[in-house]
Write a protein that binds this ligand. Sequence first.
Ligand SMILES: Nc1ncnc2c1ncn2[C@@H]1O[C@H](COP(=O)(O)OP(=O)(O)O)[C@@H](O)[C@H]1O
Ligand SMILES: [Mg+2]
Length: 291
Amino acid sequence: MLPIAVFKLLEENDIKLLKILEKGMFHFEFVPIDYVVRKTRVEASLLSRNLSKLCRLGLVRRSFGAYEGYSLTRWGYDCLALSYLVSNNILEAIGKPLGIGKEADVYDAITPLGERVAVKFHRLGRTSFKKTRRVRTYVADRDKVSWLIQSKMAAKREFEALKLLYPKGVSVPKPKAWNRHVIVMSYIEGDPLYVCDFLPDPIGFLNDVLGNIQKSYRDVGVVHGDLSEYNIIVTPEIKPLIIDWPQFVSAIHPSAFSLLKRDVFNVLRFFERRFRVKVDFKSVFEYIIGE
Ligand SMILES: Nc1ncnc2c1ncn2[C@@H]1O[C@H](COP(=O)(O)OP(=O)(O)O)[C@@H](O)[C@H]1O
Ligand SMILES: [Mg+2]
């Protein structure tokens, strides 16, 4: 669960300390106490007290190795992002989870103006790479980068995709804000396509989905790369909305073509199995790439 209650217990000093650990994590798995002392100019005994509080709250972990060192936990990282989003008047309160996945947790939330939004916390590095299905072209050296950098990179990429797609009229959530591993976007009502056993007009719906794939590819130059019935939401107006874009690739990326093929294939296979809609892959694909 999210440390919302915990977040409220934090003082400015705590946030400062978390930020120092965040920086230190680029160099150390456990940030040595000496490093923290140098950065804060507060003596070690005082710092240890503050750090113990953060450990108790689950935001920081202490190493019992060769030296006294501390590392930020995912909760600690969540608190930093929340602190930014709250102090910049982007978020007022966070509500219940909308979807807890393998690679992200999405929460219902509200802005200071009372607008309902969705907040997505990227959580990469939670499972081993061998088990993850996605092609992660945005991670340069997958073994060396930590969960923190990967999660932040995923949020940045997804926000970037939404910023490109939304203004061009592709049916995606409206991007609102990005900080660290978190993005804030418009809240979408509806259910994921995979739970839908009935659509009044499956062929019409499929055409809408394909139209959005075509627009992303041809007008925006973006390929989703992980498209399936899990990442398509059916809105109350029975229109598709495409979510979950962190692994997108540009249309000129060497893998773009094969990822696009897989995206289209996944969608067609689902419509065939679930709704008995059979269409010719080759002609659909030619329509999408404009041949
Ligand atoms: N903008 C949104 N509005 C409402 N619910 C959302 C929104 N984005 C995601 N969700 C919910 O969260 C779930 C997971 O989101 P998704 O972006 O697919 O992340 P992942 O699959 O990586 O965990 C979705 O299946 C959906 O139920
Ligand atoms: Mg998803």
